[in-house]
Design a protein around this ligand. Sequence first.
Ligand SMILES: [Zn+2]
Length: 193
Amino acid sequence: MSNALVIVDVQNDFCEGGSLAVGGGASVAAGVSRLLTTEPDRWDHVVATKDYHIDPGAHFGDPPDFVDSWPAHCVVGTPGSEFHPDLATERIEVIFHKGEHAAAYSGFEGHTDQGECLADWLRRHDVDQVEIVGLATDFCVRATALDAAEEGFRTTVRLDLTAAIGPETADEALRAFSDAGITTQGTPVIRAA
Ligand SMILES: [Zn+2]
């Protein structure tokens, strides 16, 4: 069996200067890159997800309520949808895009260009263990980790390589991880964008 690092949504719009910035997003990008450099053999596979919106309907709000609707972000073809420049992308084998026409918080809702979903890809590569990092702790990392556990993968969230939108929703995410039997390491970055 093998393991995989799943990098969730480390995109420009979720980092400082982006349209839906998470404080500490850029530091998460740099931290993930540092880890990939210092521990290159730690993972058999490295994959990433991207929030990738064409017309996601009510996921974009004007005005947004910041619960179910958000400012426009990660629109396909815009710089905001690109990976943050501080994220080292050399090791990323495959990208799972999600949310083209509806909200999709979990990377497990994503698919490759060939249409393969994340769970199928991981199983095809004999992955039984995943480590999750990225943005944001309390939304897409949370949903991705809960789905990973639900799909039967042994799941760890490297909280020190995640950043959260707010302290209350971060606490809720931590409780949900614990309830789902997910291992966590460190504490999430929580800071004003
Ligand atoms: Zn989105």
